[in-house]
Design a protein around this ligand. Structure first.
Ligand code: ZN
Length: 400
């Protein structure tokens, strides 16, 4: 049987059923049952096939070769791989091959590098299999307010939970990593690079505004008015301090008059300029408060992808900060389902947009002609499209 003709939809459904049982057993404290189910899952052919598929096709790291230089595995070997990762082979298999250390550039810092380990396909498939079995058990006992490296949770849930925890009464808060966050924005570093006001202030405003807007757009999903006010206050103080340090002999009032203008009853760091038609226009550092927060469906305390509350997950998936606007709208139209396999999308699925009628066959590039697919399903659909395109070209049909 061909690899891509396997009943993937059925396999996925089957594979989702056992983790759900693991999750429930763990919740009820039935350790023996959890272990049994985990073994059952890892031995099941469905889980092994899916683990291999996840590693060899659906994974974003698929183009990176392992230490053995294998980039993509030919289909006939995928079955062998799925056989090989059966737990009964683990004791006899050789020591895992060493992980190759590859240095990749850090995002935004081309001169710095971070190490990345790439185990070979075999080890990665085993890891994926073990993850399938272990994750639902951890999920069942995780503290509801833990958000790092968990399926289906983003930092927005963490922010939202903190808000809910502290909104009603005053509490002490331990500040762990907030400094790093402000370092990344680094208002000071930006400000220090700039000098005389009228000319360079424009540069500064131009540099700062996209940062502030982007940061706010990302964070507006949770109730943030107060946090934004704090950011505005800090930004204001920093800009004011920047002014007074540049002119140590001048009074505070002098600095304020030189660098600040009054807009909507607030002191804004900015100036006026004349546009092409000679109209006087203000130009200033935008405030965080200008971005209004939108409601964000917070993750329910004990909710997890394994509890089967799929519609709720889909609702949240749409709002995920990393799902772009177009995908979000399409997800809504599709009611969270993949048009090819009919399964609901889940967190961690790789989603791709496809043209229903391919552009090469005269399809339009608008939303009415688009669907979101699982990456696997998209690959299958594209393969079919290509066959159709070739057929139509062969009979001489041309599209413009
Ligand atoms: Zn699908």
């Amino acid at each position: 049987m061909a690899w891509n003709k396997l009943p993937w939809r059925k396999l996925e459904q089957h594979c989702f059923r056992i983790p759900k049982r693991i999750y429930r057993a763990k919740q009820r404290g039935k350790t023996r049952k959890v272990e049994k189910l985990q073994k059952l899952l890892m031995k099941s052919e469905a889980a092994r096939l899916l683990a291999v598929r996840r590693v060899t096709q659906g994974n974003q790291g698929k183009k990176t070769a392992g230490v053995d230089g294998v980039k993509s595995v030919p289909p006939q070997e995928l079955f062998a791989l799925a056989q090989y990762i059966h737990p009964k082979n683990w004791k006899h298999s050789k020591r895992p091959l060493p992980v190759r250390r590859v240095w990749i550039p850090k995002p935004g810092k081309p001169n710095e590098r971070r190490p990345l380990g790439i185990p070979v396909m075999m080890e990665r498939s085993k890891q994926a299999l073990v993850k399938l079995a272990l994750e639902p058990a951890w999920e069942a006992v995780f503290e509801p307010n833990s958000y790092g490296f968990r399926p289906g949770r983003s930092c927005h849930d963490a922010i939202g939970a903190i808000f809910l925890a502290i909104k009603s009464k005053p509490k002490f808060v331990f500040d762990a990593d907030i400094k790093g966050c402000f370092d990344n924005i680094s208002h000071n570093a930006l400000l220090e690079k700039l000098h005389a006001f009228p000319h360079l202030s424009r540069l500064m405003i131009r540099d700062l505004n996209p940062i502030i807007r982007g940061w706010c757009l990302y964070h507006r999903w949770v109730i943030c008015t107060e946090a934004f006010n704090t950011c505005d206050h800090i930004t204001f103080l920093q800009l004011k301090r920047w002014g007074t340090t540049r002119h140590p002999k001048k009074s505070k009032q002098w600095v304020r008059e030189k660098y600040f203008i009054r807009i909507e009853e607030r002191n804004r760091f900015g100036t006026y300029f004349n546009d092409e038609e000679g109209n006087r226009k203000p130009m200033y550092v935008v405030s965080h408060g200008d971005t209004h927060h939108q409601d964000y469906a917070l993750v329910k305390g004990t909710s997890s992808p394994y509890d089967g509350d799929l519609l709720y997950r889909v609702k949240r998936l749409k709002q995920h900060p990393l799902v772009n606007n177009e995908k979000a709208k399409l997800l809504q139209m599709q009611k969270g389902q993949c048009p090819r396999c009919g399964l609901y999308f889940r967190d961690g699925d790789l989603l791709e947009i496809d043209h229903i009628v391919p552009i090469a066959l005269g399809g339009k590039d608008n939303r009415g002609n688009k669907w979101v697919y699982h990456r696997h399903c998209h690959n299958e659909k594209t393969a079919e499209d290509l066959v159709n395109i070739v057929k139509q070209k062969a009979v001489g049909i041309h599209h413009k």
